[in-house]
Design a protein around this ligand. Structure first.
Ligand code: LCS
Length: 393
């Protein structure tokens, strides 16, 4: 079905679907590693590109293509590249866009491993990286060098909830001939469309909101144009970062309810944020939907909702935060985010443990920061759980 001019919910349900010989109503799992050629010439034609048939699942697979086509439409992009994890999406983009002697500027409070892989691994191949507060345009401008090739932003950022101005970043990128990459994991394509704001590449850990059920790990990259798409797909295929058909099937299934889930996640998060903000034991809170957030106005302009990720500090610092995490019953003490269940974790010692201590503090990932991913349970239960835990602190 042609869904290009239809609404977002219709795209969620129908984009990427195709007719098969049995009239399947949903996209089946094509659990096959390889595909039969009709004859030797057909096989040669598939490899040369003269024929469009499937060859081998690392290169492409019908179930995976359905997911790629769907999310490409949601993001208003050229095409999608699904990967085995969000980190596989990130490293495929780095591999395609960076080379020995090139330089990347990234958000200081980016997801820990997205930073560490540049510092510890890509650096061995002569890639330079600088991590700055990308919410500050002057910080970006003063980090640009002759060899800068990529401006990489994560907005809202994990876990400090900093908001970078995608439109302003796109103007800088255009002027300095940089590829602008946006990690849109926290916002989802429902709340934020980076390609419409001028980004060249958008990526997600689909492990999070897009799948939404905490049962798979996966990633996806969407590009604005064909050239970038081909370069990044090459990197993904040759490094073997592909998604698996069964994984793609589960993501397609979770994706259908993205709007329903994100709406409820967010409705709950707003109430939880107000509860925490007014609680006497809370030292500070960062949530883009609160007027106290430093980029509240920008968040309102560039996102159509404030999402469901909250960072906060408990009075009494690290020890008080630990006590809170040990005292909750409903919220699960676990990393990851964006699911139907409420999760709580401690970035400094968990998701961002691999980042150098000094750099962590510079990026705002302080020891007292507790991160909450608000689920879709009954909000009074989430609040009561936090309230009883705060009483123990
Ligand atoms: N981008 C963002 C913004 C993330 O939060 C994560 C994972 C990734 C990329 C990487 O995706 P993955 O390979 O895990 O699918 N963030 C995690 C977190 O905050 N807790 O656990 C994983």
């Amino acid at each position: 079905m042609k869904t290009k001019n239809m609404g977002f919910n219709t795209k969620l349900i129908h984009s990427g679907e195709f007719e098969d010989q049995f009239g399947s109503a949903t996209v089946p799992i094509y659990q096959t590693s390889t595909f039969k050629f009709k004859n030797a010439q057909h096989g040669a034609d598939c490899f040369s590109g003269a024929s469009a048939g499937y060859i081998y699942t690392r290169i492409a697979n019908p179930t995976i293509r359905a997911l790629e086509n769907n999310i490409a439409e949601l993001e208003n992009g050229y095409d999608g590249i699904a990967t085995s994890s969000g980190m596989a999406a990130i490293t495929s983009v780095y591999m395609a866009q960076l080379a020995a002697g090139s330089h990347i500027i990234s958000t200081a409070s980016v997801y820990g491993p997205a930073r560490v892989v540049l510092e510890k691994d890509f650096s061995r191949f002569g890639v330079e990286a600088d991590f700055v507060n990308t919410a500050d345009m002057n910080a970006i401008l003063s980090a640009i060098k002759k060899n800068t090739k990529v401006l990489y932003i994560e907005t809202p950022s994990n876990p400090t909830m900093d908001i970078s101005d995608i439109k302003a970043c796109a103007e800088i990128a255009k002027k300095h001939n940089l590829v602008l990459v946006v990690d849109n994991t926290f916002a989802t394509p429902y709340l934020q469309k980076p390609l419409d704001l001028g980004a060249d590449v958008v990526l997600h850990s689909v492990t999070k909101f897009i799948n939404g059920h905490a049962d798979i790990v996966g990633g996806i990259i969407i590009t604005k144009d064909k050239d970038l798409y081909e370069k990044i797909r090459h990197a993904m295929v040759y490094m073997g970062c592909n998604m698996d058909p069964h994984q793609a099937y589960l993501v397609l299934r979770g994706l259908k309810t993205l709007v329903l889930r994100v709406e409820r996640n967010q409705e709950n998060a707003i109430k939880v944020a107000h509860f925490l903000e007014s609680h006497p034991k809370i030292a500070w809170i960062r949530y883009p939907g609160l007027a106290s957030h430093p980029q509240f106005e920008l968040a309102k302009k560039q996102m159509s909702g404030s999402g469901s990720m909250i960072s906060f500090g408990v009075k009494g610092g690290l020890e008080a935060g630990r006590k809170l995490m040990d005292s909750v019953h409903l919220a699960t003490l676990a990393v990851s985010l964006g699911g139907v269940e409420t999760l709580i974790q401690h970035p400094a010692s968990m998701t961002h443990a691999s980042v150098n201590k000094e750099e962590k503090v510079k990026a705002g990932i302080t020891d007292d920061l507790v991160r909450l991913s608000v689920g879709i349970e009954d909000v009074q239960d989430i609040i009561e759980d936090l309230d009883q835990a705060l009483k123990i602190v």
